[in-house]
Design a protein around this ligand. Structure first.
Ligand code: NAD
Length: 502
């Protein structure tokens, strides 16, 4: 890591300058694979938030008046810089988050795709018009940016989740304040530097580091027009309610418990490989990770055996090293909570068929947990009800397809759901009936590409317009519909005449 660039302690990025926070409170940012200190993050204050919002507000008139093709051109330059620096950024993601380098590189690719989507803003912002809706009257809908908007992001995708938000927001003419996760704040610092290098005017993009106080400062600030949030369910619900109560537009993407239904006709070895990669990749810290398997009874024994075999072949360690499949979880405090869930699963009667705590015994420094698998769990157990967000997978056994759908419907979450089958009828039925916003058919992580909406259901999402794609553009713009008539006295042309249809 280039510590000179990111600084220690970290600063905020406000109005194009690196500014020290007014706080006296800091938090350590360790490398989760080693426990070594990477940096310290300020827990900024509401005054810091106000400073950033004022900078963004001051930048808004000129930026919003800048032709959209020029705004898009800066996004093109930013995209080119991201391509140039993608390895460096991937390295930084692995350092601060722990996921292995190939996963971090994949994250960078998905981030770059979001910027590429935003480069199409001239087309995406086009309005609608209908001439002559009445005699000599034309009508058109045009779209405007909202003003100062804010993004609040989680630790698990430190580059990609911010890039679900600011490229669209900025290219659409808004100015932006980002509150990155205090647990993975480094990538955002580098992103700010690259945006400046791309020629983004000062004040259009700002970063305020910190935790609750920064979030509350943004939610309460009268000059913040919209909040885009991604994080856990209780915080998403709080952010949604508080932002709405303060008159803001809000979208809040929340937690998940993604169920994977395995039918008797599925290719079981392939399904087990796909589920293993989905459940244990990124140490299970993906909102689209498989966390509950729903297996039809007649194949359950065989599937569980394959899951144990596939997951036991994964190499656990520091994600910067070659050949590592599974990195650490984010913090020791998180690891302690996960251990507690494993104990609760055992106490509730689920059978622990693979205990990842054993794999971690020779790794005293990082926050490691090997692939952990429960069999014979049920929908009422806390290990199935709650999102654990770690490499812990629970298998439930069901009679048939209907029983499987019924089991999935008991979850309060509805982010992703997957079916493994070779039967088109089951595939189609599942797509139609399962209560989840993102569905996979024989695909382990059905996370949509950036030009589609990222659409969780139930308690996995609070709001109306989802993130990404056309929803993202609608979220960060407001509409104006204009009805106009121009008089030309003495004009006898057809435009002023009218045929009345009864
Ligand atoms: P988190 O909810 O702890 O934190 C998210 C953000 O909220 C952070 O910036 C944090 O500083 C802030 N925050 C945390 N507690 C707060 C509080 N009490 N008051 C105000 N702000 C608070 O989430 P996390 O642990 O960083 O990320 C993991 C979670 O994010 C998982 O639940 C995961 O499913 C979810 N996630 C969802 C999606 C999705 O698309 N639905 C995508 C990625 C992650």
């Amino acid at each position: 890591m280039n510590t000179v660039t990111v600084g220690n302690p970290l600063k905020n990025y406000i109005g194009g300058q690196w500014v020290e926070s007014q706080t006296t409170r800091y938090e350590d940012v360790p490398n989760p694979a080693t426990g070594e200190l990477l940096s310290r993050v300020p827990l900024s204050t509401k005054e810091d938030v106000d400073q950033a919002v004022q900078a963004a507000k001051a930048a808004f008139p000129l930026w919003s008046a800048t032709p959209v093709v020029d705004r898009a051109r800066i996004m093109f330059r930013f995209q080119s810089l991201l391509l140039q620096h993608q390895d460096e950024l991937a390295h930084m993601i692995t350092l601060e988050n722990g996921k292995n380098l190939p996963e971090a590189q994949a994250e960078m690719l998905r981030s770059i795709e979001m910027v590429e989507f935003a480069c199409g803003m001239p087309t995406l912002l086009m309005g609608e018009n209908l001439p002559n809706i009445a005699g000599s009257i034309d009508s058109q809908t045009i779209r405007f940016p909202l003003g100062v908007v804010a993004g609040i992001t989680p630790f698990n995708f430190p580059a990609m989740v911010p890039m679900w938000m600011f490229p669209i927001a900025i290219a659409a003419g808004n100015t932006f304040v980002l509150k990155p996760s205090e647990r993975t704040p480094l990538s955002s610092i580098r992103i700010a530097e690259l945006l400046k290098e791309a020629g983004l005017p000062d004040g259009v993009f700002n970063v305020v580091n910190g935790a609750h106080d920064v979030v509350n400062g943004l939610l309460e600030h009268p000059d913040v027009k919209a909040i885009s949030f991604v994080g856990s369910q209780p915080v998403a619900e709080y952010v949604y309610k508080t932002a709405a109560a303060n008159g803001k537009r809000v979208q809040a993407l929340a937690g998940a418990k993604n169920h994977h239904l395995v039918m008797s006709d599925a290719d079981l070895r392939r399904a087990a490989k796909t589920i293993t990669s989905s459940a244990f990749g990124c140490a299970g810290e993906r909102c689209m990770a498989a966390s509950a398997v729903v297996a039809v009874e007649e194949i359950a024994d065989e599937l569980v055996q394959y899951l144990i075999e596939e997951s036991s072949a994964l190499a656990m360690g520091n994600g910067l090293e070659e050949g590592i499949d599974l990195g650490p979880v984010i913090r020791d405090s998180h690891l302690a909570k996960v251990h507690d869930y494993i104990d609760k699963g055992v106490a509730a009667g689920a059978s622990l068929v693979r205990d990842g705590r054993e794999d971690a015994k020779n790794k005293p420094n990082g926050y490691f947990l090997g692939p952990t698998i429960f069999d014979k769990a049920d929908a009422e157990m806390v290990i199935v009800r709650d999102e654990i967000f770690a490499p812990v997978l629970s298998v439930m056994r069901v009679k048939d397809f209907e029983d499987g759908l019924d089991t999935i419907s008991k979850s309060r979450f509805g982010n992703g759901a997957v079916i493994y089958t070779n039967n088109g009828k089951w595939g189609r039925e599942f797509v139609q009936r399962v209560e989840a916003g993102m569905v996979g058919v024989n695909v382990g992580v059905p996370a949509p590409m950036g030009f589609f909406a990222f659409s969780g259901w139930k308690e996995s999402f609070y709001g109306d317009l989802h993130a990404n794609g056309k929803d993202g553009v609608l979220f960060f713009t407001k509409k104006k519909t204009v009805t106009s008539r121009w008089f030309d006295d003495g004009d006898t042309s057809i435009g002023s005449q009218r045929i009345f249809v009864k």
